[in-house]
Structures are given as structure tokens and as C-alpha cells.
Write a protein that binds this ligand. Structure first.
Ligand code: TXA
Ligand code: MG
Length: 323
């Protein structure tokens, strides 16, 4: 643990060099990706990876995503690359994580003892610059305390991990705002374990048939260990209601998230969310943190249609409500 957290501009080569030195010395760096901020450490150094679990308060049975700068490096972390994986790799860099059979070089602590490893190439210049500068694959979960909404700004990271992470690279707000789509490619057909920033529609356009776990079934729990745990939850209770149903539930201790403008005469907090689901995703986690004020006991959220990114948004909202 470091006593002080340095927040450095992500587009400054000197900051990248400093962050890379921290990684090579076995330390922790929070960095921006196109999805959410990651909390990175050398994926091949078990002691460094253990620091990630300690910093987040993350259960040891929840495996990490390993970030690399190019598909060629991902292949080296895998024991085999099935044909469907090859095709999906053409969507990199981007918000897509592939679960592959793991190579020996990847330590147990990184994969939580799984026979598979999750890998992705992030589409963010600072993430790629850091990966190239340190020359190591980076294990990086979202840079929040375990259970909290994922951070989409450097300020969110600091709110959760100040004094615990050595360096935060500040790259401004993340473009996508939702974590990557996690696809298991070890079976007969690609299987989506976690909906995310790359829609199922786009996956199907790239590889044809794709199976999707809703995230609620027992199989999802065993295939995607992260689903067992509490997630995305603000301190306030989150209550999901159908569109149009929030008006009656406002009040001094409530906050509403809705794609409709504030109704005339409505008293209380009302956060109007964008109509376009890409824009909604971009603002989702920031809105949950913003509405989670001390005087708010309930955040009332109107659900969104489950098409395109709406599938991932609805998934995160359900998990926040289960918090
Ligand atoms: O967009 C993202 O994916 C971000 C950025 C930083 O890249 N990272 C992220 O990491 O969201 P995290 O740790 O919050 O979520 C990782 C998810 C968990 O649901 C975990 O269970 C799953 O990926 N996962 C990791 N390794 C796996 C494996 N070998 N098999 C199945 N699921 C795995
Ligand atoms: Mg996370």
C-alpha cells in the first residue's frame, strides 16, 4: 500500500513512463480504458496481482481480465485459440473479453485457479501506451472497491482507492461507460458470460451464432465466477420500476433516474437519462454515484429496453438493485 496517490495526466509520456516503472516494480496503477478505469498490475507476477485483490477487497475466487496491446500477445497467454476466437479477435481493440484455455505462464492467482484466462486489447491510447511502456500483460479489474459501481472518471477511482493505488492516470471520462462483453470461446459455440460494451447483435454479425446467458441462471454462476458476488451497488437502495412508474415514488429521500424529462410539478431529485442507449451507458455509473447522496435512501430507476447496449445496462441495473 502506498501512502500517497499520484494523479497524473494520461496523455503525458512522462506520466506513462512513471506508471510503467510502478508496474515493473510490482505496484498498482489505475488507468483509463474505453470501457471503465482498470486497476492494473503485472499479470504474471503473483505478488503484484495479490495487491489488486487486497486493494479492492475482492473475493479470491473472482478471476481477473488480462489486458494486452495486441492479439499476438493474447495468443501467447492461451494454450489454444479456437477458430471462433480468431474471428472475434478481429474486433480488437475494443470492449470485448475472450475466455480462452490458459497457458502455463499465467499464475493461478490471476485466473482464480480457473483452467481458462480472460484477455482483451483495450481501445484507449493511454492503456495501450502503458502496456507498451511496461512490456507486461496487465491484470486489471474495474478500479472500484468490490461491490461498488465501476469508475468512469479518475475522480471515481480516487473516491474508492485513494492512498491504496500508487498512480492514477487521468484520461477523463470513459467513452463507453460499461465494462467489456465477456465471451467464453472454449465451448462448441461462443457463449456470452457478461453483457457489456459490445452488443450481442455486433457479436452475431461477426461470428454468426452466439449463446447468451442472462446472468441469472446457475450455469452462469459457475462459468462466470464474478456473477456470484455483489455488484454495482450504491449505498442507497436501488428500486427498478417500469418506464412511466417513477412519478409517484419521488420525495425528499428518493432520487429518480428516467429517460423522460422531469414531469411538471414533480418534487425531488430527477436525473433525466439520455434516450440513446450509447449515451445512457456512458452516463450510467456516474449517475448512480451522483444520486447516491447521504440524504437519498432510495434510487428509483425506470428500466430500459433490452436491445443493443440496453441488455448490458439492464443487467447492471438489476445487479445494482440486488445490492
Ligand atoms: O471492461 C472491462 O472488462 C474492465 C476494464 C478495466 O477492462 N474490467 C472489468 O474487470 O470489468 P472486472 O474484474 O470488474 O470483471 C471481470 C469479469 C468478471 O465477471 C469475471 O468473473 C470475468 O470477467 N472473468 C475473468 N476471468 C474469467 C475466466 N477465466 N472465466 C470466466 N469469467 C472470467
Ligand atoms: Mg468490476
Amino acid at each position: 500500500m502506498s501512502a500517497r496517490t499520484e494523479v497524473l495526466p494520461a496523455d503525458d509520456p512522462a506520466a506513462i513512463a512513471r506508471a510503467a516503472a510502478v508496474i515493473r516494480a510490482g505496484g498498482l496503477v489505475a488507468f483509463p480504458t474505453e470501457t471503465v478505469y482498470g486497476l492494473g498490475a503485472d499479470a504474471l507476477d503473483p505478488a503484484a496481482v495479490r495487491k489488486i485483490f487486497a486493494a479492492k477487497g475482492r473475493p479470491a475466487d473472482n478471476p481477473l481480465i488480462v489486458h494486452v496491446a495486441a492479439a499476438s500477445e493474447a495468443r501467447r497467454l492461451a494454450k489454444a485459440v479456437p477458430p471462433a476466437a480468431e474471428r472475434l479477435m478481429s474486433l480488437w481493440p475494443g470492449p470485448l473479453t475472450l475466455v480462452l484455455p490458459r497457458a502455463e505462464a499465467v499464475p493461478d492467482v490471476t485466473t482464480a485457479g480457473q483452467a481458462t484466462v480472460a484477455v482483451r486489447v483495450p481501445a484507449h491510447p493511454a492503456a495501450l501506451a502503458l502496456l507498451r511502456a511496461c512490456g507486461r500483460p496487465l491484470a486489471a479489474p474495474s478500479a472500484n472497491r468490490s461491490g461498488r459501481p465501476s469508475p468512469t472518471t479518475a475522480e471515481h477511482v480516487r473516491a474508492d482507492l485513494d492512498g491504496v493505488v500508487a498512480v492514477i492516470l487521468d484520461g477523463g471520462p470513459c467513452e463507453v461507460g460499461l465494462e467489456s462483453t465477456v465471451v467464453d470461446v472454449t465451448g462448441r459455440r461462443p457463449l456470452v458470460l457478461r453483457a457489456g460494451g459490445l452488443s450481442v447483435e455486433r457479436l452475431r454479425a461477426a461470428v454468426g451464432e452466439v449463446d447468451v446467458l442472462s446472468g441469472q441462471e446457475p450455469e452462469a454462476m459457475s462459468r462466470s465466477p464474478g456473477l456470484r458476488h455483489r455488484h454495482y451497488a450504491p449505498r442507497a437502495r436501488v428500486l427498478l420500476v417500469a418506464p412511466g412508474q417513477a412519478d409517484a415514488l419521488g420525495g425528499p429521500a428518493a432520487a429518480v433516474m428516467s429517460q423522460r424529462p422531469r414531469p411538471p410539478g414533480f418534487v425531488g431529485r430527477w436525473r433525466e437519462m439520455p434516450a440513446r442507449l450509447e449515451d445512457y451507458a456512458h452516463e450510467l455509473f456516474a449517475a448512480l454515484r451522483e444520486l447516491d447522496a447521504p440524504e437519498v435512501t432510495t434510487i428509483v430507476v425506470e428500466t430500459v429496453p433490452e436491445v443493443g447496449l440496453g441488455r448490458a445496462i439492464a443487467d447492471r441495473l438489476r445487479r445494482a438493485a440486488q445490492g
